[in-house]
Design a protein around this ligand. Sequence first.
Ligand code: GDP
Ligand code: MG
Length: 437
Amino acid sequence: GLTEKLSNAFKKLRGKGRLTEADVKEAMREIRMALLEADVSYKVVKDFVSKVSERAVGSDVLESLTPAQMIVKIVNEELTALMGGEDAKLTISSKPPTVVMLVGLQGAGKTTNGAKLAGLMKKQGKRPLLAACDIYRPAAIEQLEVVGSQLDIPVFQMGQISPVDIARAAVEHAQKHGSDMVFLDTAGRLHVDEELMMELQDIKNAVEPDEILLVVDAMIGQDAVNAAKAFDDALDLTGVMLTKLDGDARGGAALSIRAVTGKPIKFVGMGEKLDQVEVFHPDRMASRILGMGDVLSLIEKAQESFDLKKAQELEQRLRKNKFTLTDFYDQLTQVKNMGSLSDIAGMLPGVDAKALEGASVDESALGRTEAIILSMTPAEREEPSILNNSRKKRIAAGAGVQVVDVNRLLKQFDAMRQMTKQMTSPRMKKLAKKGRF
Ligand code: GDP
Ligand code: MG
């Protein structure tokens, strides 16, 4: 999938001190392939890649201490911008009823998601009406009546007569009966065709909708983009609703639709249930496409200062339940450059950062820690549980510190042991398998 491809592209960037121009080129080549394979249209990919490259191959990235982070940041920002940048809203008419027309291919989710939107508006205090303008199958009218009754929203239908007449009558009905919004559920076809477009244009001309929303199945990729262009050319859409995002779709369609039509994605359908609808958030979609979230920033941070080989050795020892104060000392030296332990731990899923509060490392503390650990016998370093009071006193004297310092160190050691245990938990291993760690 796209996420995997992108994460592979990023993985190659990690663990390098600096990015060369060749690195950026190589990463961009892979990002381009990944986007194309996710059904993003060629021109969109081309523009996107050149925009990102332009920013990435600047001196900022090349001379940055965290070049991989820079690239991720740029890709994320440009994805967000490509999908519209800001959240969009439904236009509400100053002269009710507001008319919302739902169009799209058969099976895209017009009927279900029109009802979902009406339900959403009802929750916001509106009085919506659903209108059955898909007259080609009696089952379509029935389906609208079923979802309408589930949401307790009235459904206007006149059987299988001209959809233009139904639309006009529905708006009049709404005016008379105090409905302030009308959602027109229209017919679809398996493919874009002239006859359908003419019918939709006739409805548009008859009732002049405030919104013409194209309902698009996110799973159908490039076809969705072609359909979007055809519907936009014929109807001048006001926005798009992307459905079935609860499935495997990684957002390739979302990426190009906005760029190709210039029309905002306003809502997304997240499931078959009638409350599974959300306002579209471009930044969240970008994260979904990148698929990495906080874990990614943790990896970036960790990879810069963590010696991977040592980490692997450590994992081996942890597996054998053999994490010693000697390992602890090694780790402390390494995490010194990563910020405080609680910062790091806070980015790990399922780790309670509070447990590690105050466990940050500073230079002088590190010196004391070194002295304390060096004052221990090898047996004590291997097995800190044997440290009774008299041993602690001896160690404190040898290191030139107080017993309380020895105890604090042991407490930090315990916290570290807890944290590293969690880093090698099944959950983290699963992420590792997915190439996320
Ligand atoms: P229409 O032909 O465009 O009116 O499409 P429908 O509203 O009848 O939906 C077609 C199918 O897609 C139905 O089985 C819906 O339950 C399903 N569906 C619609 N939206 C979503 C969604 O967001 N997620 C999932 N999983 N299924 C959806
Ligand atoms: Mg339908």
